[in-house]
Design a protein around this ligand. Structure first.
Ligand SMILES: Cc1cc2nc3c(=O)[nH]c(=O)nc-3n(C[C@H](O)[C@H](O)[C@H](O)COP(=O)(O)O)c2cc1C
Length: 322
């Protein structure tokens, strides 16, 4: 399970950094993998409204946003932390939010859903110096539409007023405890899932399809990852094509090594899909199950479809009692 935290303030060690780290530390204490992104450390250009995402389905601006698209796709839960800047988010965070238009296009123009979309959730923690009733109205609307674009159910926000100087948030009577409580409440259900790792050699084809189907059909019961003993640089484009025929969007997923998948995560079950490499079979103490499926790489599109359908049936059948 991946919790992705976006820290939206430019102030180093400011109030937003504190609230994000409280949420993240609570998650880590629950054994959850956490990735914190300080948005101001990233190179993210603003959207230039070139129209490419609506015509072709991707953003052509080659900057750090490309890796963030992949992180959104992998994440089970996304937290945004933001200070109020003129009743909105800081410009650096807003640039990232506007660039989510590429994901909006994949959903609403191309009718595609990434595999985690059904189960992903999002939450915001916002704070500002003043005490007006409407202080968080703008940010709340932005968050609502942003989380919809990245495919996450928006769970709402915690907002803290009269937080101005560095460290003010620590003097708030309830904030830190409330944030810890929310983290525990929102994240606990994810930790109860069985952990399943799908592996094949290059993590570009069969293991990716199994991962995607398991997340789509069983994402509330299974914490799934896929990996390869010798990962390719990208997913087989034929996989992206045949999965898109099912409405499943693989575009921003990337192959990863077995070592990376297991860095902070111990599976309960490993499923190998036609991989005889010892690095796949002897990677942890978890039981290993072999699904012998012919490698469709380099074969016809119709054969890729056949393997896709076999994997879909196998995933549904194998985990139906979970
Ligand atoms: C450019 C700028 C605009 C701001 N606009 C608002 C605002 O509209 N409403 C408000 O309550 N506070 C506003 N503030 C105050 C910050 O939200 C506040 O100091 C907050 O605690 C900063 O959080 P940080 O420590 O995480 O950066 C603004 C601050 C800056 C620098």
């Amino acid at each position: 399970m991946l919790l992705l935290c976006i820290q939206g303030s430019p102030r180093k060690d400011g109030n937003t950094a504190t609230v994000v780290s409280v949420f993240a530390e609570e998650a880590k204490s629950m054994g959850i993998e956490v990735e914190v992104i300080n948005i101001c450390d990233k190179n993210i250009s603003p959207c230039v409204e070139c129209g490419t995402c609506e015509e072709k389905g991707f953003c052509p601006i080659n900057d750090d946003m490309q890796e963030i698209y992949t992180l959104f796709t992998k994440a089970d839960f996304v937290l945004i932390g933001t200070p109020m800047f003129f009743y909105s988010t800081p410009a650096q965070l807003k640039a990232m939010i506007d660039r989510a238009q590429a994901l909006w296009s994949r959903k609403y123009v191309f009718n595609l859903s990434d595999p985690g979309r059904l189960w992903r959730k999002g939450f915001m923690i916002a704070l500002g110096a003043t005490k007006g009733k409407n202080l968080f109205e703008g940010a709340n609307l932005i968050a609502k539409y942003f989380f919809d674009a990245i495919g996450a159910e928006y769970l709402g926000f915690l907002g803290y007023r009269k937080i101005e100087k560095k460290g003010d948030i620590n003097k708030h009577p309830k904030a830190i405890d409330e944030i810890r409580e929310k983290a525990e409440k929102f994240l606990a259900p994810y930790t109860k899932r069985q952990k399943v790792l799908f592996v094949c050699t290059d993590n570009a084809c069969r293991s990716q399809m199994a991962y995607a189907f398991a997340r789509v059909y069983l994402g509330n019961k299974l914490d799934v990852k896929s990996a390869g003993s010798n990962p390719a640089s990208k997913i087989d484009p034929m996989v992206t094509e045949v999965m898109a025929e099912k409405g499943i969007d693989m575009f921003y997923l990337r192959p990863q090594s077995v070592e990376k998948a297991l860095a902070n995560w111990i599976p309960d079950l490993i499923v190998t899909l036609g991989c005889d490499d010892n690095r796949c079979l002897n990677i942890s103490s978890a039981p290993v199950e072999r699904w012998d499926l012919e490698d469709p790489t380099g074969k016809s599109l119709s054969f890729m479809r056949q393997i896709r359908d076999e994997i879909e049936i196998k995933v549904k059948e194998r985990f139906k009692s979970y």
